[in-house]
Design a protein around this ligand. Structure first.
Ligand SMILES: *[C@@H]1O[C@H](CO)[C@@H](O)[C@H](O)[C@H]1NC(C)=O
Ligand SMILES: *[C@@H]1O[C@H](CO)[C@@H](O)[C@H](O)[C@H]1NC(C)=O
Ligand SMILES: *[C@@H]1O[C@H](CO)[C@@H](O)[C@H](O)[C@H]1NC(C)=O
Ligand SMILES: *[C@@H]1O[C@H](CO)[C@@H](O)[C@H](O)[C@H]1NC(C)=O
Ligand SMILES: *[C@@H]1O[C@H](CO)[C@@H](O)[C@H](O)[C@H]1NC(C)=O
Ligand SMILES: *[C@@H]1O[C@H](CO)[C@@H](O)[C@H](O)[C@H]1NC(C)=O
Ligand SMILES: *[C@@H]1O[C@H](CO)[C@@H](O)[C@H](O)[C@H]1NC(C)=O
Ligand SMILES: *[C@@H]1O[C@H](CO)[C@@H](O)[C@H](O)[C@H]1NC(C)=O
Ligand SMILES: [Cu+2]
Length: 586
């Protein structure tokens, strides 16, 4: 046994925590403060969130933001329990990527994963990758994996602005630690004084990701449901080591510490909430403070007030927090809890952090009743009727409508798998769908397991997702912000469009249990775009389709030779090494 005495474990205890992502570096401009324009500053000129279509007019600054990512194995103990992880530059969570709208982001990735070796690929969640799909980072779709000892440089435009994250899309590697926040500064969407930066909300597992995937993709139904062990805010939370059995080599410390955030009384703060977790739906709140929602995913919205924000995995919500002048000297509990009511599977659902003014001390504040109620009962996003994007867009009738049903069943060899229209997806890392399409090879064998939906030259695509089962799913589409036309329980009535003149747009939306989700998007981005559940275990077990959009125009993409070279390198690696692809691959 090895664990230290339990001190300061009570809710809201203040121990040696920290925020990994303090306020923005100075070379990134606060758009709310008038400053002397610099070459890299305010490149969007007179563009505002209200007057500029973000999908047709991204600026081009000519500025390159370079990052160097070395991926390796390492040990971490963010909640006091030591475990093996996959890390970028030995950091957990991974480094912040930060740029201005219109900059070019360049990330050079070195795959130094050994013991055992694994391929990898990094995805930049929510960016459109218009004309650069080969940089989308999805193995078996947009690239071959980066082989062990390989180096690959991602180069892409910061084509939308706001809050997001990057993560590995290779199996469930990101659950093992390969993820981090991404901030793209753009035109002002609201007035605030202080950008507090990213607030990562992540359910947390003590087992390594690989053994979790082995359990989750299983013939044994009892293994499919793997509870998370803890919940973290910016990679911190306390854990009570006495609640688990520890062997002689295990290391566990009970008072690891919580994240802390310094606020200024009388000022308005911007928090960038990100659910970068594996399985759980997060409910976020700060005792004694109201939240004003100003953006959902990469879409600025007309502000609305709330005391609790719901985030499915992959979703982001930017909130403003106005700090009353009278809060000087006080401390408050920040909370993120995994939604109950069958919505998340967890042993320890509650993450806390401390919001303090001037001097930090142990908060003794109580949660909003609305927060407790939402944690207990609301297994869905806020009603979409509440939100309208700042830049209004009205969808036209679609040229095609596809219905897709989600299901969960055993395949012929007894594995419990998720299906979309009865097919459980499985990637072929050696034959990325987009790269095949880009070579104009329309004779390639379209493996039914790739679950490709060819939408031809359709200009507007509607997808009606039916989810009869008992689990909610955060559905994410690459390459687009989709319109959310309707969402709810039961079946869609076939006509209702909520806020028809300006429906919600975002890149991830929760389809509730025993419910439906109707999305629509313009086919303005030729490519082979993943549409999948962002619960790591569900996409591992096949809850995935590829939207093949304007395949005739994909051939115009000038694919750099590094893509073919990476496939040759991957093929050379797999030639001498049998890849144990224990899941769908994504
Ligand atoms: C990667 O490099 C290490 C150290 O140089 C070497 O031991 C290993 O065999 C290499 N792996 C591959 C797949 O080339
Ligand atoms: C930690 O867990 C043990 C065992 O369940 C329990 O007895 C103890 O009260 C817990 N400590 C705290 C501070 O919650
Ligand atoms: C002890 O626990 C640690 C961490 O959970 C694990 O990595 C290790 O394999 C275990 N050792 C034994 C002998 O079971
Ligand atoms: C929160 O909002 C309510 C309703 O608008 C208001 O009465 C209250 O004063 C606000 N509280 C704080 C701390 O801003
Ligand atoms: C916390 O506040 C409650 C009432 O608000 C009070 O009863 C309790 O004594 C306080 N606890 C501490 C440790 O200050
Ligand atoms: C069932 O799924 C498992 C896990 O993906 C796979 O290994 C197996 O080949 C599948 N069986 C059949 C008959 O497709
Ligand atoms: C098309 O791709 C398939 C699968 O990689 C390959 O077998 C076939 O030779 C290709 N056809 C042409 C004409 O390149
Ligand atoms: C539109 O998409 C449907 C699939 O939903 C497809 O069958 C049809 O061929 C497409 N139409 C055109 C003109 O490409
Ligand atoms: Cu799911």
């Amino acid at each position: 046994m090895h664990f230290t005495t339990l001190v300061a474990l009570a809710l809201g205890s203040v121990v040696a925590g920290q925020n990994n992502y303090p306020n923005m570096p100075v070379d990134f401009l606060q758009t709310t403060n008038p400053v002397t324009p610099l070459p890299q500053g305010k490149p969007w000129g007179g563009a505002t969130a209200q007057n500029t279509n973000p999908y047709t007019n991204p600026p081009n600054t000519g500025v390159i933001r370079s990052f160097d990512f070395t991926i390796s194995r390492g040990k971490i103990s963010p909640d006091g329990y030591e475990k093996n992880a996959l890390l970028v530059n030995n950091q957990f969570p991974g480094p912040l990527i930060e740029a201005n709208w219109g900059d070019t982001i360049q990330v050079t990735v070195h795959n130094e994963i050994v013991g055992p070796e694994e391929g990898t690929a990094l995805h930049w969640h929510g960016l459109l990758q218009h004309g650069t799909q080969y940089m989308d980072g999805v193995p078996g779709i947009s690239q071959c994996p980066i082989p062990p000892n390989g180096t690959f440089t991602y180069t892409f435009n910061a084509d939308l602005y706001g809050t997001s994250w990057w993560h590995s899309h290779y199996s469930a590697q990101y659950v093992g630690g390969l993820f981090g926040p991404m901030i793209i500064h753009g035109p002002s969407i609201a007035n605030y004084d202080i950008d507090v930066g990213p607030v990562l909300l992540t359910d947390y597992f003590h087992k390594d990701y690989y053994s979790l995937v082995e359990d989750v993709v299983s013939t044994d139904f009892n293994k499919v449901l793997q509870p998370s062990d803890n919940n973290l805010i910016n990679g911190h939370n306390n854990f009570n080591c006495s609640t688990i059995t520890l062997n002689s080599t295990a290391k566990c410390t009970s008072n690891a510490g919580v994240a802390t955030f310094q606020f200024t009384a009388g000022k308005t703060h911007r928090l960038r909430l990100i659910n970068a977790g594996a399985e759980g739906m997060q409910k976020f709140s700060i005792d004694g403070h109201n939240l004003t929602v100003i953006a959902q995913d990469f879409v600025p919205v007309n502000p609305y007030d709330t005391q609790v924000v719901t985030l499915g995995i992959g979703q982001r919500t930017d909130v403003l927090v106005k700090a009353p002048a009278g809060y000087k000297g006080k401390s408050f509990t920040m909370r993120s809890s995994l939604a109950g009511n069958g919505c998340s599977i967890t042993i320890q659902p509650d993450a806390t952090a401390v919001v303090y003014y001037d001097t930090m001390h142990t908060p003794n504040t109580t949660a909003w009743p609305a927060f407790l109620d939402s944690v207990a009962h609301q297994c869905a996003n806020d009603p979409i009727s509440i939100t309208t994007p700042l830049y209004p867009m009205k969808p036209t009738p679609p040229t095609t409508t596809k219905e897709i049903d989600i299901n969960f069943a055993q395949n012929e060899t007894g594995y419990w798998l998720w299906t979309m229209n009865d097919v459980s997806f499985r990637a072929n890392y050696n034959d990325p769908v987009f790269l095949l399409a880009a070579t104009g090879n329309d004779s390639y064998p379209m493996d039914p397991e790739w679950n490709v939906y060819n939408f031809g030259t359709n200009s507007s695509i509607r997808i009606v997702i039916s989810n009869p089962g008992p689990a909610a799913h955060p559905m994410h589409l690459h390459g687009h912000n989709f319109y959310v036309l309707d969402v709810g329980t039961g079946a869609w009535d076939g006509t209702t469009i909520v806020n028809a003149d300006n429906p919600q747009r975002r890149d991830t939306q929760i389809v509730p249990a025993a419910g439906y989700l109707v999305i629509q998007f313009e086919a303005d981005n030729p490519g082979a775009w993943p549409l999948h559940c962002h619960i790591a275990w569900h996409v591992s077990a096949g809850l995935y389709v590829t939207v093949l959009e304007r395949p005739d125009e994909i051939t115009a993409t000038k694919v750099p030779s590094i893509m073919a070279q990476t496939c040759r390198d991957w093929s050379a690696f797999t030639g001498g090494y049998v890849i144990d692809q224990i899941d769908s691959g994504l």
